[in-house]
Design a protein around this ligand. Sequence first.
Ligand SMILES: [Zn+2]
Length: 137
Amino acid sequence: MTALPSAPVADLARSEATRPFWEGLAAGELRLPRCQDCGQVFFFPRPCCPHCWAEAIGWERSAGQGTVYAVSEVHVAFDPTLEVPYLVALVDLDEGVRLPARLDPAGVPYAIGDRVAIAFAEDPAAELPRFAKVPHG
Ligand SMILES: [Zn+2]
């Protein structure tokens, strides 16, 4: 059995189509692709719109607010550079797309439906987007 190369998780998802997403995280912004033809926001980033197949893709800043759709606590990391335990989630952004993310901090109980907001790590370029719980008002 061949060991997987040890690389930051985000490196596995980098391509020309996703470059603005990662550059946004590095700049402290969560950016989403929007089709310049039909106007729909979508995620994950790809070279053409999944709704109408147009190739004119623009990028805009997300407000970074969303709701937890699913959450799981990971105790066995697939990548030895990851510190366990950590929380992974699917977050439904208010812009209408769902994205995979980390939730911080580990050890805080999260539930489906919790409101979360983007929270950037010290080195966001090397990380998946991270979200933290928004206190109930
Ligand atoms: Zn479109």
